[in-house]
Design a protein around this ligand. Structure first.
Ligand SMILES: *Cc1c(COP(=O)(O)O)cnc(C)c1O
Length: 424
């Protein structure tokens, strides 16, 4: 019942323990599990997953390894490198739902910024680092807009592997580069953009003799699938109408499509929610390809304040197109101004998230305005990264803007009189 690697179009098969990221003819690879064999061992029903309890505190449990049977079924529990990722909150928030004009009972925000290193990347990292160890790799590497390097750094430390990260000069938020340095990974600041870093990783795999942990690594996506299953389980397996989230390298898009497709195949859900991928206007090759009925991807030079999605040549394009076909999905693009406005609202609601994450909420706003999302539909938005990842954007906004939500600090003398004067 071993899982295998399989190329996504021509179906060429490779063993799971072969170190490779594309097929010989250059296609991306899927991890394919043998569901029929797995079902003979585990029930894999809604009830099974709902009734599974955490081995730590007996609570109903979520998280990546709650779904181990559908992530890496052949790997021994003892091999797993985990920081208890997942189990993130599904918020309902009156402030944001009323700003959007949605029903508070039907609008949810899944906060993936509550993972161990502050982004959803940890869900993929636990699976891919576990495989790196299993495959006896000594060093791991990635190109990163910041969060992948933060996550890699923490997990490489835990797994006692050498970490090497390539980040684009001047384009990584301060919270993220701080984490890479603090967790002790070798950090190379490349005089180029993310797409240059990604190209180097793909070209230099052998020279570096380091195992790539970008989302081209199919095990990353196996871990990220659990975001979908956790949402479904948190909602008692009731399927929402929409799942909305930002798209950069399109790893989540690919993983979410696969998760929903598999849940449907297993009979866990009887219909699929629609995926809505939101891109920043200055980094929107997927949006443009969508508008051209996916007749081809034109790469571009990316520019946006949302550095986590500042990507002009997404490696997971073909898998992402498939995900949208499976889910009748759509792509929207939003301006940096729209992202900042949405972020001010997400932050002021006491939830907060980094700029790329707030593209989700800006996208929902735009899709409601265009009538694509109806106000009586159930919508789950994904916040991909923590508010503290990019404090500079927050400071710039509140010090320099004159908007209703701008909230600059005030200097006062050290006296009660002065404070009273200010507050009145
Ligand atoms: C990586 C990242 C994204 C982009 O996700 P993809 O899977 O590459 O499309 C979005 N938001 C945040 C915060 C990220 O770290």
């Amino acid at each position: 019942m071993k899982s295998i690697l399989k190329s996504i179009s021509s179906g060429i098969e490779y063993p799971l323990d072969e170190v490779r990221f594309t097929s010989d003819n250059g296609e991306l690879l899927d991890v394919i599990h043998d569901f029929d064999a797995l079902k003979k061992k585990y029930p894999l029903t809604r009830e099974y997953f709902l009734s599974k309890r955490s081995s730590i505190n007996g609570q109903p449990s979520g998280g990546v390894w709650h779904f181990k049977e559908l992530v890496l079924p052949d790997i021994a529990e003892s091999e797993i490198v985990s920081k208890q990722e997942g189990n993130t909150r599904l918020y309902r928030t009156k402030k944001i739902s009323s700003w959007l004009g949605l029903n508070k009972e039907k609008f949810f925000l899944k906060h993936e910024g509550e993972n161990p290193t502050g982004s959803f990347k940890d869900r993929g990292m636990t699976a891919a680092i576990t495989m790196a160890k299993h495959l006896k790799q000594k060093a791991v590497t990635c190109a990163s807009t910041g969060n992948t390097s933060a996550s890699l750094a923490a997990y490489a430390s835990e797994a006692e592997l050498t970490g090497i990260v390539l980040i684009p000069k001047g384009n990584v938020a301060v919270g993220k580069i701080s984490q890479a340095l603090a967790y002790g990974t070798k950090t190379l600041v490349v005089n180029g953009d993310f797409d240059d870093c990604m190209r180097l990783i793909r070209e230099a795999q052998e020279t570096l003799s380091a195992y790539p942990l970008n989302s081209i690594n199919p095990f990353r996506l196996e871990g990220q699938k659990t975001i979908m299953w956790e949402i479904l389980q948190q909602r008692n397996w009731q399927v929402p109408d929409w799942i909305v989230f930002p798209g950069g390298n399109l790893g989540n898009t690919s993983a979410f499509g696969k998760a929903l497709h598999e849940a449907h195949q297993l009979g866990l859900i009887d219909r699929l929610p629609r995926l809505a991928v939101i891109q920043a206007e200055g980094a929107s090759p997927f949006y443009k390809a969508y508008k051209n009925n996916f007749s081809g991807l034109k790469t571009e030079k990316a520019e946006t304040i949302a550095t986590a999605i500042k990507i002009g040549d997404p490696v997971n394009y073909t898998k992402a197109v498939r995900a949208l076909k499976w889910t009748n999905g759509i792509v929207e693009s939003v301006t940096d101004e729209e992202i900042l406005e949405a972020k001010a609202n997400v932050d002021a609601a006491g939830i907060g998230a980094e700029p790329a994450s707030c593209a989700t909420v800006a996208g929902i706003k735009k899709l409601i305005a265009s009538g694509e999302i109806k106000t009586n539909e159930t919508v789950v938005g994904i916040l991909t990264g923590n508010i503290l990842k990019d404090p500079q954007v927050i400071v710039d906004y509140h010090f320099n803007r004159k908007t209703a939500l701008a909230n600059p600090p005030h200097d006062v003398e050290a006296s009660i009189e002065e404070i009273k004067k200010y507050l009145s």
